[in-house]
Write a protein that binds this ligand. Structure first.
Ligand SMILES: Nc1ncnc2c1ncn2[C@@H]1O[C@H](COP(=O)(O)OP(=O)(O)OP(=O)(O)O)[C@@H](O)[C@H]1O
Length: 352
């Protein structure tokens, strides 16, 4: 795996103006997307996944959005500083997005073939006929059959799964360098979800695209991601390789997400769920916003937010439990089981 960065988000801070106080939606978020990799961003609803990625394509509502700090570096330029015109060239052509509900991105009164073709005409300057041929090729690539007929149909004539395939065809037609998929499979049933994820994985490799995959469902992450970033209350609270986050998680919030995942091997384990609900981002209390829900919280959690502690060169977690002065605690059974898997995985690697 190459580890050359294609996108670097550094110390991003975003607030929204409201009729009351501002909502501090993104509170100092940094992450890197490397060329060719898939980065999954996970977290509960409202944690800031969509806002931080919409900032990349500058799709946040201008009137109410205040970007109060940070930079978004793509190929050496700060996307927060370039002109609207330059951004229009990058959006769609170099950085494309797929959303949970394709109907919000597809034009309901234009045939799907025409929509894909139009994007190729605008971004790649293809002539109409050539663009339509390429559009049909893309539709076939994403597994749509009878493309001569289907390319003449409108979005409402497609099922949910097929519509998502159309969105993928539209997003990848211009061969973007980065694809941001925001909950692309959430509205689909489990079998179709698996098919769409497999499709995105194979096309991403074929097109040499780097992928940011946003989801609240850790279950789908294992099948797509190289690295995982876990968000809570507008911050990344843990990030690492998929094995590190799945089998050696350090943050009690990640423990909660993992332990509440349905699993076949959990019959005897004590179920650990995250009590309470996410904080009000308008009025955050002093200390770690996760503290009131954290059964492993220390006194300091109610006073000061933890920094990201380094676990390995590739793994970081923002929990005071990693401070050398913290008491040693016993993680929940399910997490201990994962630690054992992690240690046996590592032993296998060492013995190779
Ligand atoms: N236009 C807006 N005005 C005010 N607050 C906003 C606006 N857009 C987003 N927010 C707030 O920003 C925070 C982060 O929202 P975001 O949509 O990024 O969360 P998310 O993790 O993607 O959740 P979901 O999975 O529900 O989409 C939330 O508290 C949300 O209410």
């Amino acid at each position: 795996m190459m580890s050359e960065p294609i996108l670097e988000v550094k110390n991003l801070k975003i607030s929204f103006k409201t009729l009351e106080d501002p909502v501090h939606a993104i509170r100092d978020v940094s992450f890197t997307l490397n060329k060719g990799e898939t980065l999954a961003i996970v977290g509960e609803s409202g944690s800031g996944k969509s806002v931080s990625t919409k900032a990349i394509t500058r799709l946040l509502p201008k009137k109410v959005t205040q970007i109060t700090g940070g930079e978004i570096l793509y190929e050496g330029q700060d996307l927060l500083k370039i002109s609207d015109n330059d951004m229009t060239h990058i959006r769609g052509k170099e950085i494309a997005m797929i959303f949970q509900d394709p109907m919000t991105s597809l034009n309901p009164v234009m045939t799907v073939g025409k929509q894909i073709a139009e994007s190729l005409q605008v971004h790649h300057g293809l002539a109409a006929g050539e663009a339509m041929e390429e559009a049909k090729n893309m539709m076939a690539k994403v597994g749509i059959t009878q493309v001569e007929v289907k390319s003449q149909q409108y979005p409402h004539q497609f099922s949910g799964g097929m519509r998502q395939r159309v969105m993928i065809a539209l997003a990848l037609a211009c061969k973007p360098k980065i694809l941001i998929a925001d909950e692309p499979t959430t509205a689909l049933d489990v079998t179709i979800q698996a098919q769409i994820i497999e499709l995105m994985n194979s096309l991403k490799d074929e097109f040499d695209t780097s992928l940011i995959f946003i989801t609240h469902d850790l279950g789908v992450v294992a099948n797509v991601a190289d690295r995982v970033a876990v968000m809570y209350a507008g911050k990344i609270v843990e990030h690492g390789s998929v094995n590190e986050v799945f089998y050696h998680p350090q943050h009690p919030y990640t423990w909660g997400l993992l332990a509440s995942m349905p699993s076949l091997s959990l019959e005897d384990a004590d179920f650990y769920t995250i009590p309470g609900s996410p904080p009000n981002m308008m009025h955050l209390q002093k200390g770690d916003p996760f503290a009131p829900r954290n059964q492993y919280a220390l006194a300091i959690d109610f006073v000061e937010e933890p920094p990201l502690f380094k676990v390995t060169d590739t793994h970081f977690a923002a929990t005071w439990l990693l401070d050398e002065r913290a008491p040693k605690i016993q993680p929940p059974d399910e997490i201990q089981r994962r630690f054992n898997v992690f240690h046996s995985l590592n032993r296998e690697v060492i013995n190779l």
